[in-house]
Design a protein around this ligand. Structure first.
Ligand code: R5P
Length: 310
């Protein structure tokens, strides 16, 4: 097995390499003066089972191009099998046409990865499970839920827990976590009664006195999470903690989280945490390398990956 890392999240690639006790393959990914990307794999990979670790996080276009060019270099170097390990798959939210004459960019990106020469994809908490079908190659979609469950059991040993989906679209994900920790489920339902009216947050379920776990795949501006947390606290919740797989946290999101009423936001390191994330008093990062590393090992050994979750 060979592990190759792009530049999107070097510490995560190193942690996966440590987990697997396998060094990262020497590979230069650098820029020409005009910012074009150049890749040189500096070890023989002929006939090897190669895993390329690269999140397509911001700057998404640069990181995506790096991934494509690394795959191309490996293909031309006669790697036997190339698995794109994409802990955070950017563009995933563009998975359908929201209106006429708009793209389905998630499908376009999937096509590009396949056409570049990837043989498999390994990813974590896709925005929608169906995106697996955008890749016409085997695609394993891992769940961060086991990492979250372990953490919840440590942080809330005896609390009166309630799992909450911040919107109707996230109910399946929230129900999965609620089952795992044997807690009831509530839903925040955002409604705009009339065009121009502001959105009303209705909480479905009795959250009063409960420690609420808000679960979602992405925290980007923080708006969804913070508004849902406010709605729950206004309905008498004791506290609200967010467990979110991918900390996109763009713009002023970190400052918004810091000054919010959230007790804590727990994310994984699928996206490289910025300094401000690391220094925020109410944001904590769970390491995903053991999960990703184990999935890589099982893929290399042709063992079941799904059994990691049952
Ligand atoms: C939306 O469907 C996603 O699951 C997230 O809820 C959304 O991307 C969060 O974005 P923001 O933090 O900007 O509200």
């Amino acid at each position: 097995m060979k592990l190759v890392a792009g530049n999107s999240n070097r510490p995560l690639a190193e942690a996966i390499s440590t987990y697997l006790n396998a060094p990262l393959t020497k590979c230069i990914v650098r820029r020409f003066a005009d910012m074009e990307i150049f890749v040189e794999v500096q070890e023989n990979v002929r006939g090897e089972d190669v895993f390329v670790i690269q999140s397509t996080s911001a700057p998404a276009n640069d990181h995506l191009m790096e991934l494509l060019i690394i795959i191309d270099a490996l293909k031309r170097a006669s790697a036997r099998r190339i698995t794109a390990v994409i802990p955070y798959f950017g563009y995933a939210r563009q998975d359908r046409k929201p209106g006429p004459r708009t793209p389905i960019s998630a499908k376009l990106v999937a096509n590009m990865i396949v056409r570049a020469g990837a043989d498999r994809v390994l990813t974590l908490d896709l925005h929608a499970g169906q995106i697996q079908g955008f890749f016409d190659i085997p695609t394993d979609n891992l769940f961060a839920a086991p990492l979250m469950v372990d953490d919840i059991r440590k942080v809330f040993p005896k609390d009166n827990l309630m799992v909450v989906s911040p919107d109707v679209g996230g109910v399946v994900r929230a129900r999965g976590l609620a089952k795992r920790i044997d807690a009831p489920l509530a839903i925040v339902d955002k409604r705009r009664e009339r065009p121009g009216d502001s959105e009303v947050m209705n909480v479905i379920g009795d959250v009063s006195g409960r420690s609420c776990i808000l679960i979602d795949d992405i925290v980007d501006s923080g708006g969804t999470l913070i508004n849902a947390a406010d709605a729950l606290l206004d309905k008498g919740a004791k506290l609200v903690t967010g467990y979110i797989s991918h900390g996109v946290l763009s713009g002023g999101a970190v400052a918004r989280i810091i000054s919010s009423r959230l007790k804590e936001l727990v994310i994984t390191d699928s996206i490289l945490p910025s300094e401000s994330v690391i220094n925020a008093h109410n944001i904590r990062v769970l390491p995903s390398a053991p999960l990703l590393g184990e999935a890589v090992a099982r893929t290399a050994e042709e063992k079941s990956v799904s059994s990691l979750f049952y």
